[in-house]
Ligand binder design. Sequence first.
Ligand SMILES: Cc1cc2nc3c(=O)[nH]c(=O)nc-3n(C[C@H](O)[C@H](O)[C@H](O)COP(=O)(O)OP(=O)(O)OC[C@H]3O[C@@H](n4cnc5c(N)ncnc54)[C@H](O)[C@@H]3O)c2cc1C
Length: 391
Amino acid sequence: MIAIFAEKCIGCRLCERACLFGGIAVSGKTPTLTDQCTGCGACVSICPKGALVADKAQPGQIHHLEAYRGIFVIVEQRSGVLQPVSCELITAARRLADIRGVPLSAVLLGNNISRHALTLVAHGADTVYIADAPFLEHYRTLPYVRILTELIASKTPEIVLLGATTIGRDLAPRLANHFRTGLTADCTDLSIDNDGTLLQTRPAFGGNIMATITTPLHRPQMATVRPGVFTAEPIRTGQGEIVHIPVTECSVDNVVEIVRIEPKQKPAVSLEQAQVIVAGGRGIGEGKYFAMLEELAHLLNGEVGASRGAVDLGWIGHEHQVGQTGKTVRPRIYIACGISGAVQHLAGMQSSDIIIAINNDPHAPIFQSAHIGLLGDVHAIVPEIIRQLRQ
Ligand SMILES: Cc1cc2nc3c(=O)[nH]c(=O)nc-3n(C[C@H](O)[C@H](O)[C@H](O)COP(=O)(O)OP(=O)(O)OC[C@H]3O[C@@H](n4cnc5c(N)ncnc54)[C@H](O)[C@@H]3O)c2cc1C
């Protein structure tokens, strides 16, 4: 985006100081753009010698939209285990591909992972691209980015989807930057319009609105989606095409070496997997009343969740928080006790099968999302439910 004419540079470093992003570094009389360069041009206007010039789009950078076709889901495995978000994304992408009438491909990198191809096909992938090699056993940024950019550049999918996981959050921006395209992180919904524009919905402006974001001029259109937002559904037993991608290790891949992998302790709270969640908010009055919710959760074989309001008051740990800055859950039953139903809370639980709201305010927004509303004091209703369940 910025062309450098190093022979004109006098080493004054004005460009370095003008850049708010650390996007340019000058060593001696040699300016170099860093990964942080946004192409804003602040360095161009300040350079007294014309050593920096805003580069108009090169013919190769113009995105010919019609040249892109199909959907890619970048599949995630950890220690050889397929991560649930991948099948969730493939199920959702299948619907988009059917509307659009284009093929859906899953892309899987790892070591000894070919056995997962059938699962990916069962969830709706027409083609599974597999890069299977020992050096890909554990995720490392550089080799994964290298292999995926080569594949995407050669197959030119119009949409690329990844999980909003730690791996997806590392990988997706690098791919998007490589292709100079847009990326919408943490989408809570995806749909597609008639001309193939991906409608990427996510909370915006501090979660106060749900924004639908599009990438009208660039391809591929890229989005990440958190685990649990979509439901994985195996839809068929038919055969898909399995394509093995030949891969070789490069010296640059080993800039980062994995010395040891320590598995994370299994979290004490497993909200994402829970079938029943009893969640408490500020309306329960005091932290000690979470014991009452724990009792109800225990009777229903469920877990205890919380609003951020309750977490911020220190009534319960953040690992229990549901919502935009907490966990995204999709239980069969979600019981919201004394939770108002702010949009940021809804973003994490509105896909629950049955939402039961207990609130003493008939105008509480939670009632608009609830399938069953119990209007009244949480301290009267919850003990009564517990009593009846015990009976
Ligand atoms: C960027 C950002 C991210 C956020 N992320 C999250 C998030 O991830 N998760 C989240 O939850 N919030 C999040 N929030 C905060 C969110 O906006 C709300 O402030 C929060 O959800 C409110 O928590 P609450 O419903 O417990 O409290 P309140 O809004 O105070 O609601 C309490 C409710 O309890 C009811 N009530 C009171 N007494 C009783 C009673 N005795 N019996 C029955 N009902 C009673 C009241 O009528 C009221 O509806 C975020 C906010 C921002 C700006």
